[in-house]
Design a protein around this ligand. Structure first.
Ligand code: NSS
Length: 431
């Protein structure tokens, strides 16, 4: 008798009568009459195995097995419509690799408790499904940029000056020397690298000491950022919409099972095709006012305003032309309208809101210095960034995509903490 080691997904595809060996962790166990039903889980799925009492020693092992024990099981595949996946394994050998202590997670576990034992909760089928979608999202980002001729680069996480304003900087002790922070965005380094590689991108963490306890803020999030020489705002919007459509298309192709498990409304994702609607910030303010929401021209849009706007669109949409004061200093002012910048955010529909921020950068040295001062910042802190405008400065634009927010939207999650294996928030840094 020969047994082949197979994954559970493969085992569920074998014809009746095949011999197979699977290994994994005990997902469920119940005794019914003279049979032990042990459902095994691996990274590919779950499968029911059945140990009959006749096989004495194996039956006792199976009867007493604990949830999450690691086991290796050999047997014969048998069709059974009642079993998950329509097949079960009639066991001929039941080997315990490592018996688990009583597993602390039960059906009644609270959300806080599940976060405390995240190191174990990552095994849940829900988390596994989300991680598989997340994996596709990361792959798709790399594939998209590679196919479009962008070079992947790596930027430092220790930095000395704020990109996105000082309020959300994490300060780190760096040998007691001058002030050092964790990066909020790799943008400035990407801007330096376009003079070497022209089209660059990076996928890296960004850190923000966000005090807001919202459903969409992490203190450490994953950021996909791109920057291109010779590009303006509209060139970048095309890249952004293509990238998002490509990510969604790949998830729909590769993660149908996971989306079904997560009960995601797939039809909402199927419509994510370019072109995405574009509205100006001024139009957005008017729309909000018509909806009875109190906003003034000039304010940045918060989560509530964004949520209200997403009700008006079925697919992701751009808001462009934010007021000068509502966006970071590096945004280029619109030469046609000096009150606004050549910036745009991309908002995901269904209430999710902003997933991308970006736009055209200031290419002129004097304009940049003026703007830094206007924002109450010190040009000395931005010396090398200003330097880039001295040696062959060209028009350029870029953007940053919040990957965790994208996963949250694509999976249809209520909270960003479920989009990442080990979330960091204002309240949580363990495990
Ligand atoms: O602040 S952004 O809007 N823009 C930048 O950081 C630019 N410097 C990017 C660039 O042009 N290279 O952040 C970009 C995106 C934003 O749209 C969110 O999707 C995400 O980064 N983001 C976050 N995700 C999770 N948690 C937090 N706290 C967070 N902050 C931004």
């Amino acid at each position: 008798m020969s047994f082949t080691n197979v994954s559970i997904r493969e085992a569920l595809q074998l014809p009746e009568g095949s011999k197979a060996r699977i290994r994994g962790w005990v997902y469920r166990r119940r005794i019914y009459g003279d049979k032990a039903f042990v459902v095994v889980r691996d990274s590919t799925g779950i499968m029911q195995t059945v140990v009959a009492k006749g096989s004495t020693i194996d039956f006792e092992k199976a009867e007493n097995i604990t949830i999450e024990s690691a086991i290796e099981v050999e047997g014969t595949v048998k069709n059974d419509p009642r079993a998950p996946g329509g097949k079960e394994l009639r066991v001929t050998s039941f080997k315990i690799i490592s018996k688990a202590e009583p597993f602390p997670i039960t059906a009644s576990a609270s959300r806080e408790f599940l976060l405390d034992i995240r190191h174990l909760w990552v095994r849940s089928r829900k988390m596994t499904a989300i991680f598989k979608v997340r994996n596709t999202v990361f792959r798709a980002i790399h594939d998209y940029f590679k196919n479009k001729g962008y070079y992947e680069v790596q930027c430092p996480m220790f930095i000395t000056a704020a990109v996105e304003g000082g309020a959300t900087l994490f300060e780190v002790d760096y040998f007691g020397e001058k002030k050092v922070y964790l990066t909020q965005s790799s943008q400035f380094y990407l801007e330096a690298l376009i003079y070497s590689l022209e089209k660059v991108y990076t996928v890296a963490p960004s850190f923000r000491a966000e005090k807001s306890r919202t459903r969409r803020h992490l203190t450490e999030f994953w950021h996909a950022e791109a920057e291109a020489a010779w590009a303006g705002l509209n060139d970048m919007l095309k890249v952004e919409e293509e990238l998002i459509a490509y990510i969604v298309e790949r998830v729909l192709e590769e993660n149908q099972q996971e989306l079904e498990f997560l009960k995601r409304d797939i039809s909402a994702l199927e419509g994510v095709k370019p072109p995405f609607p574009r509205i100006s910030y001024t139009e957005a303010i008017e729309m909000l006012k018509r909806k009875g929401i109190k906003v003034e021209w000039g304010e940045d849009l918060g989560a509530d305003e964004e949520r209200a706007l997403t009700q008006e669109f079925e697919k992701p949409f751009f808001i462009y032309g934010y007021p000068v004061k509502a966006k970071a200093f590096y945004h280029k002012t619109d030469p046609q309208n000096p009150k606004v910048t050549l910036s745009a955010d991309l908002l995901a529909p269904e209430g999710y809101g902003e997933i991308i921020g970006g736009g055209e950068r200031i290419a002129d040295k004097n304009e940049l210095i003026r703007k830094i001062k206007d924002f109450g910042l010190n040009p000395d802190d931005y010396q090398w960034y200003i330097d880039l405008r001295k040696y062959g400065s060209v028009q350029h634009a870029g953007f940053g995509l919040g990957i965790d927010r994208t996963v949250m939207w694509i999976c249809g999650l209520d909270h960003i903490i479920d989009a990442i294996p080990f979330p960091r928030t204002i309240r949580r840094i363990y495990p």
